[in-house]
Design a protein around this ligand. Structure first.
Ligand SMILES: NC(=O)c1ccc[n+]([C@@H]2O[C@H](COP(=O)([O-])OP(=O)(O)OC[C@H]3O[C@@H](n4cnc5c(N)ncnc54)[C@H](OP(=O)(O)O)[C@@H]3O)[C@@H](O)[C@H]2O)c1
Length: 348
């Protein structure tokens, strides 16, 4: 058996998004004592010291309460969050942009609200101050500008008015010591290259929603980060929602998420190609192995994997898979021959 990948616990971050909207395991609303405390305790027991949230998720107060209950000083953890998109009133023509698949089963307290965008200095200040109060700690380890590519797709995006004011405010907050790092939290790899051009020298970390089917574009981002000006790259999840957790052929599987929207026929067909080549190796193992290989082979750039669940044993399992999941050499070879994995990707 090959040695496990050497990936220290500080390379992982726990994603808090479900502490807000849920659902809890088995359905229903999230209860801090019953669900959040065991989840946070498991992360800490694993040595995971970084927690990732967003003002949109309405999840950070639950994290802060769990830390209090566990008697953990908030300053003892690293807390990173996201700004720009938040929940506002569904009035004045404001429409919901999140796909229905993500909205099912959310608690009644979120009904009648919708996602809104506020890049103003005053708006971003409110967002990040709120996050700091709810977390309960001092400085913020990172604040990511999230969802700009979604905004562009849904209603259009004007850089000067929709992004730049937030960047300028975060730079001021960083200079003042309130924010330690400025990041991105996005689903569209090309946006990272655009951000670097528009805002040279600003980016500390690029958080990208990930799965192996975007490994090609990710390698381009790693190259850009190595060439400088330097920035770190972090993986926001490794499965594109549920796409790499499927255990039946994606062509005929019931509806599933691919990059947090219901998979189209084309995406089903793509996932099916991975599924058939992987054979007895679960897709979940392929996603975990790719993520693990990235952190091991590009340690200066690939600094963090954000993963999330509401089931403590699943967090233990995911960390173990990222360190230990094996993909047989013939499977790697076939995936490369089919151009589903880039030919130069380091597989051992
Ligand atoms: N930009 C965006 O729009 C966006 C969207 C979503 C998330 N994010 C960020 O990315 C972070 C990570 O997201 P994520 O954790 O959802 O991404 P992920 O790692 O891509 O997917 C995790 C999903 O895999 C499932 N899973 C894990 N192990 C499994 C197993 N053994 N069997 C079956 N299912 C399994 C989990 O199910 P269970 O949860 O049921 O255990 C969960 O639904 C979030 O915290 C958030 O900050 C960003």
């Amino acid at each position: 058996m090959p040695a496990p990948r050497d990936i220290p616990a500080h390379r992982f971050a726990f994603g808090c998004h479900r502490f807000g909207f849920g659902p809890a395991p088995g359905g229903g609303a999230v209860d801090v004592t019953k669900h959040v405390v065991p989840m946070v305790k498991t992360a800490l027991d694993l040595g995971i010291n970084t927690f990732d949230s967003a003002v949109l998720y309405r999840a950070t107060l639950q994290l802060g309460r769990a830390l209090e209950i566990l008697n953990v000083e908030p300053q003892a953890i690293r807390f990173q969050t996201k700004c720009l998109r938040y929940l506002g009133l569904a009035i004045d023509g404001a429409v919901e942009h999140q796909p229905d698949a993500l909205l099912q089963g959310i608690p009644a307290r979120y009904h009648g609200l919708t996602d809104r965008w506020d890049p103003s200095a005053a708006g971003v200040e409110q967002q990040i101050c709120r996050e700091r109060i709810e977390f309960g700690g001092g400085t913020l380890y990172g604040v990511a500008l999230h969802d700009s590519p979604d905004m562009e797709k849904q209603v259009g995006l004007t850089w000067e008015t929709d992004v730049r004011p937030a960047v300028r405010f975060l730079q001021t907050a960083k200079n003042g010591g309130f924010v330690q790092r400025i990041g991105l939290g996005i689903k569209e790899p090309a946006f990272i290259h655009r951000f670097i051009k528009e805002e040279p020298g600003v980016l500390d970390y690029a958080g990208l929603t990930f799965c192996p089917s975007i490994l090609g574009p990710l390698m381009g981002i790693i190259k850009a980060a190595q060439q400088g000006p330097k920035f770190e790259v972090t993986l926001m999840g490794i499965n594109y929602g549920q796409a790499f957790t499927l255990t039946q052929d994606p062509v005929t599987a019931p509806d599933f998420l691919y990059n947090y929207e219901v998979a189209t026929a084309e995406e089903r067909a793509l996932m099916s190609r991975y599924f058939r080549i992987c054979g007895s190796t679960p897709l979940l193992h392929l996603a975990a192995a790719v993520a693990g290989q990235l952190v091991v082979h590009f340690p200066d750039v690939m600094t963090q994997i954000v993963t999330s669940t509401m089931t403590p044993s699943r967090l233990v399992e995911t960390i173990k898979l990222i360190r230990e999941a094996e993909v047989p050499a013939p499977v790697w070879r076939e995936l490369k021959a089919a151009e589903l994995i880039p030919g130069d990707f380091p597989t051992n």
